[in-house]
Design a protein around this ligand. Structure first.
Ligand code: SF4
Length: 461
């Protein structure tokens, strides 16, 4: 996906969560002979979950993890290609690191490495470029030293279900770690490059994901966020996403299971039943990408539902799951999107039970069906539509916050900043509170008392 997903992100949306940069660093600087490594992640929660595993593998291998930009012997940059801006940002991070560490070993991996390998290979100082198929094996390639053939990019990505080799997760785990359960997508939406960058849909073996989940919980994780490109398509030996959450439900010590983002046509009703059941750990929260509220745009995007289907579904979710928080992604400026089409998206957000929208500006991606269209929307119009939708989203978030004032909610606190502890409710409201206690990684009952600006405050109950 997230600290709260970046509501103001602007990129083409894959179904994975919103962009967010994340670094894992050790508190102590490594000393003496300990090698130093730094990692940087661009893009979605799925990339973050993969970088987290690579970080722990490096630690297991004796590396000290230093912040991105600090002197390091090795750098791994896990890239994103969801938009042109993501490509440019990926290149920028590579150059930025090389400027400060010209003699370090630099490995560029992930989605942009898969799609833009030749461009990356032209950057002097890059030692290794690994696409989607082999990226989790990056350390094996690094160990083999400077590489004669730095491009490890397979044209076709295997469709096989998979396991992940994960080391004993470090004690410095994220407060709400991601758990990768799936990869790739078969849907081929006309704007989306992800099926090319990450391949077709495949699922992680149940036992393997359960083992990693148990390891994360043993290290203190109270909430797990299920990630993938199209998690609702999870299918492993007859098991589906409902079986995944039921399996994780059995883990002692785990308090919450959250689904990061899920396609509207892939949500079984049993998932809603679990969310509505107070005894089940599945959080009453859904992030369901809409993309457009206009039928002709949805059709041109090759989405698999109509405006009315989407509306019916979220009203059903709202009725079936008490207190549910529902968010979405909306794209503006898809080729041919008229003012009237945009108004349909705007009205849908305004009038529906959605409480926020990530707003994405259309970005043309080579090789996609929509890149062949010749009816682009002018950038000024795209910017204006984006700004309007963001204002609407902020208003919807405020209404949802106001609706909760006076209520008691359980909040999983993460960290203290500027004198306030911050955390999330199960339905994904961010809450701040003051306390002399150490609330880190604790779930506490909080009475929501006031709204100041766009921040929601509460008192420990
Ligand atoms: S092709 Fe469609 S469903 Fe698949 S990742 Fe892209 S936007 Fe999501």
């Amino acid at each position: 996906m997230t600290t709260m997903p970046d509501l103001h992100a602007n990129s083409n949306s894959a179904c994975c969560d919103a962009p967010e940069a994340l670094q894992h660093t050790d508190t102590l600087r490594p000393s003496g002979s300990l090698r130093r490594a730094s990692l940087h992640t661009l893009g979605c929660r799925l990339n973050q979950s993969e970088t987290a595993i690579l970080t722990d593998k490096l630690r297991e291998d004796g590396y000290g993890i230093v912040p991105f930009g600090a002197p390091a012997d090795l750098c791994i940059i896990n890239t994103c290609t969801v938009t042109r801006e993501a490509d440019a940002k990926s290149r920028k991070m590579v150059r930025q690191f090389l400027r400060k560490n010209p003699s370090a070993y630099v490995a560029v991996i992930g989605c942009y490495a898969q799609m833009g390998a030749k461009t990356l290979a032209a950057i002097e100082g890059v030692d290794l470029i690994i696409g989607s198929q082999e990226k989790m094996n990056v350390l094996d390639y690094v160990k083999s030293g400077k590489n004669e053939h730095p491009l490890i990019v397979r044209d076709s990505i295997l469709r096989d279900d998979f396991t992940l080799v994960f080391p004993d997760h470090s004690s410095a785990i994220n407060h709400r770690p991601n758990l990768k359960i799936q990869d790739g997508c078969d849907f081929m939406c006309s704007f989306c490059v992800i099926p090319f960058a990450r391949g077709r849909a495949r699922s992680r073996e149940m036992q393997n994901l359960r083992e990693e989940a148990a390891n994360l919980v043993a290290k203190g994780a109270k909430e797990l966020v299920l990630t993938g490109v199209n998690v609702g398509c999870y299918a492993w030996q007859g098991k589906d996403i409902v079986d995944v959450v039921d399996t994780l439900q059995e883990l002692d010590g785990l308090a919450r299971i959250r689904i990061s983002s899920i396609e509207p046509t892939t949500i079984p009703k049993e998932l809603l039943t679990r969310m509505a059941d107070p005894a089940h750990k599945l959080a009453p929260y859904l992030h369901i990408p809409l993309q457009s509220g206009a039928d002709n745009t949805l059709e041109a995007m090759r989405r698999r539902y109509s405006r009315q289907d989407f509306l019916n579904f979220i009203h059903h979710v709202h009725d079936a799951v008490p207190g549910v928080g529902i968010g979405t992604d909306i794209m503006v400026g898809f080729p041919g999107e008229s003012e009237a089409d945009f108004e349909e998206s705007y009205q849908l957000l305004q009038e529906s039970p959605l409480f926020y929208a990530h707003v994405f500006k259309y970005s043309e991606r080579d090789g996609t069906a929509s890149a062949r269209r010749s009816d682009p929307v002018p950038p000024a119009q795209i910017n204006e539509r984006s700004a309007r939708l963001l204002r609407c989203s902020a208003m919807k978030t405020r209404m949802f916050q106001e609706h909760h004032l006076g209520k008691r909610m359980s909040v999983l606190f993460e960290r203290a900043q500027d004198g306030y502890w911050g955390g999330y409710t199960d339905n994904y409201l961010r809450v701040l509170t003051t306390s002399n206690e150490d609330l880190e990684n604790q779930i506490r009952s909080v009475r929501l008392t006031r709204l100041q600006g766009d921040l929601l405050y509460g008192e420990l109950a």
